[in-house]
Design a protein around this ligand. Structure first.
Ligand code: WTA
Length: 618
């Protein structure tokens, strides 16, 4: 897109956002019934396409089949070991219908919550779409979270069913998932059934050696995924959903307390993810798209599942890490599948860069046209490397800033617009973003401030599950605008550079984790009396975590204790919550009112000026 054209459409979209989004919604999405009103805003709550009826799986599957694309490949799955599995749109619909009918046979109805704890396999996507087909609300939990974290989410959701798999692949080894799920659901009253994908059986069908069979000691609640689907009909009419019916809940970390369940609804999310996928990645009907995220995070929801399927394109999904079994594993896939659009995180790019460009140079990557990045700020030199060695200087590099809460891309450099390495770009159509001070006033170009969004957009979160108060905070932190929690700088051309979080959230390898959440879990260890966590720059992960711990009098500092605390954190939350460094200290710097002054610890650690210490309790 040329700059002039962009500016023209952007101006129109801001002058009359309701007309803009109504046009997009009419042109791009099929509705069972059109909306009565495009937008309604009763601060802080808002609705989009009010009174509209639709089902997102119709737009993702049925309509393409109706338009003659049934034989087109929807997903190509590959991993470290067993080659390639492709599924067409028509086959995917049959699987989704069977899964949907399977859920119905278990008594799952519209509005019921279903938790997924699965690896990135086609069956995971089938399960997500199977839920939305019947209006059940899915909540995908990344299959790296601990039993405790999983249990908390299941309880908050009061989910009836969990869908899982026996294992996932991690650097050539099978990592068991089922024991974690079994621990998580023990004596949980809401939980009725655990649907288990037997991956040895699936692998055997695709030529891998099989040990076969489900693990023994099956509980009565456990149901085999394939057996559940076996006798189900492959037709299932999509449930008629209201635009504002919930589509899914996805948990994310905030600056205080427990993770919050971000609620997205059907209509606005359908429109926004469809349209951003199409425009930001400059899609054509024959585009081959590869987003390297996992559906355990929002990027996977919007840009592996819903956006790409709604656009009817072919996607590649890969279970595993970038550099196993070899450092050129991902390049090999790009070459073999002739990927046109590649969307990944700065952490992954830094990892590939560390292995060296000789690995990209071994492969023909000339199919690539658009290279995307998401999750954390990209360092200009990493941007340049991505452009030069993976893009061969011939691709558009699209940096995309957005959040779990925003549902889709908010600040981007659309393909064709002038690129500025390390600077995310311009607000997307219909988005009014700004950089302001604490009082909500604009800060001058070039100065640091808080990134805010001035008005609701179609895929904005609608609430936090069971906690409207936390939702209200987004719109009240700076009165009247959506508070993103990020620091940013706007330049004279209106380009916005994201500097990182302004709140107590750390971004490790593009994944959010709240310092409060980590500190609470650290203090839950029997040896720990007090804890403070700070982020430190990390060459690969962007940020790393350092924990300062005050031990109880009864505990002795030792290497062994550090190991035990790390193990404890893995069990309490997940591997991403394990501090990279742990230092035992006699006390923590605090204000006179007893608040831990993390900024003092951070400044001391990084050798920076400590700043104003008048409130420090000496
Ligand atoms: C950060 C991920 C800089 C940011 C989609 C945001 C980014 C948080 C970028 C949301 C980017 C995301 N440049 N920072 N392109 N994209 N972030 O909810 O701090 O997992 O607030 O959503 O990631 O993380 P979340």
């Amino acid at each position: 897109m040329q700059q002039q054209e962009f500016q023209k459409i952007y101006n129109q979209s801001i002058q009359d956002p309701e007309k803009f989004w109504a046009d997009v919604a009419s042109e791009e999405i099929e509705w069972g019934k059109k909306w009565d009103k495009v937008f309604e805003w009763n601060f802080p709550n808002y609705q989009w396409f009010v009174g509209g009826k639709l089902n997102i799986t119709h737009n993702c599957l049925d309509r393409h089949i109706k338009n003659g694309l049934g034989d087109k490949i929807a997903f190509i799955y590959t991993n470290e070991n067993y080659g390639r599995i492709a599924i067409t749109y028509a086959e995917l619909l049959l699987q989704v219908n069977k899964f949907a009918n399977g859920l119905k046979s278990l008594g799952v109805k519209k509005g019921d919550r279903v938790v997924l704890y699965m690896p990135l396999v086609i069956e995971q996507i089938v399960a997500m779409l199977g839920c939305t087909r019947i209006g059940a609300v899915h909540s995908v939990v990344f299959a790296g979270f601990s039993d405790k974290a999983l249990r908390e989410r299941i309880e908050d959701l009061q989910a009836k069913v969990v869908v899982t798999a026996t294992w996932t692949l991690r650097r050539g080894a099978k990592k068991e998932l089922l024991p974690t799920v079994e621990d998580a659901v023990k004596k949980l009253e809401c939980m009725e059934k655990v649907i288990v994908l037997d991956r040895d059986a699936v692998a055997a069908r695709h030529g891998a050696p099989s040990k076969g069979g489900m693990p023994r000691h099956a509980t009565t609640r456990r149901i085999d995924y394939n057996r559940l689907l076996e006798n189900q009909s492959d037709t299932c009419n999509p449930e008629v959903m209201d635009s504002e019916d919930p589509l899914f809940v996805l948990y994310t970390s905030g600056s205080t307390g427990k993770p919050k369940g971000i609620v997205h609804t059907v209509g606005g999310y359908s429109v926004y993810t469809h349209y951003t996928t199409k425009k930001v990645f400059n899609l054509h009907q024959d585009s081959i798209f590869w987003c390297t995220a996992d559906p355990g995070w929002i990027t996977g929801h919007s840009y592996i599942v819903y956006g790409p399927l709604s656009n009817g394109i072919t996607s590649v999904i890969v279970e595993g890490v970038p550099d196993y079994p070899a450092p050129d594993h991902w390049y090999k896939i790009i070459e073999e599948e002739k990927v046109n659009v590649f969307y990944t995180s700065p952490t992954a790019i830094r990892m590939l860069r560390k292995h060296g460009e000789e690995y990209c140079q071994k492969h023909n990557l000339s199919s690539l046209k658009v290279l995307g990045t998401v999750g954390e700020p990209i360092n200009p030199e990493v941007w340049q490397w991505y452009n030069k060695y993976i893009g061969n200087g011939q691709c558009a590099i699209v940096d995309t800033w957005w959040q779990t809460e925003t549902g889709g891309h908010m600040i981007v450099t659309l393909p064709g617009l002038p690129q500025k390495p390390g600077i995310a770009g311009l607000p997307f159509f219909g988005i009014e973003a700004d950089v302001v001070n604490q009082e909500g006033q604009n800060v001058p170009a070039g100065e640091k401030g808080f990134l805010v969004i001035k008005k609701p957009w179609p895929s904005a979160l609608r609430t936090c599950l069971n906690n409207q108060g936390r939702f209200n905070q987004y719109w009240n932190e700076i009165k009247g605008v959506y508070f993103t929690g990020d620091f940013a700088i706007k330049d004279a051309d209106g380009y916005i550079q994201i500097l990182g979080r302004s709140d107590d959230v750390i971004n490790i390898s593009g994944h959010r984790i709240g310092t409060a959440e980590v500190e609470n879990a650290l203090v839950a260890h029997p040896a720990v009396s007090e804890a403070a966590v700070i982020p430190k720059p990390d060459e690969i992960k962007g940020e790393r975590m350092k924990a300062f711990l005050v031990l109880k009098d009864t505990a002795l500092a030792s290497e062994d204790l550090i190991k035990k605390i790390k193990f404890h954190m893995r069990h309490e939350i997940a591997a991403i919550a394990v501090p990279d460094e742990i230092e035992f200290v006699p006390s923590l710097p605090k204000t006179r009112s007893g608040k831990i002054m993390r900024r003092v610890l951070k400044a001391q650690e990084l050798g920076q000026p400590v700043g104003d210490l008048t409130v420090l309790d000496k």
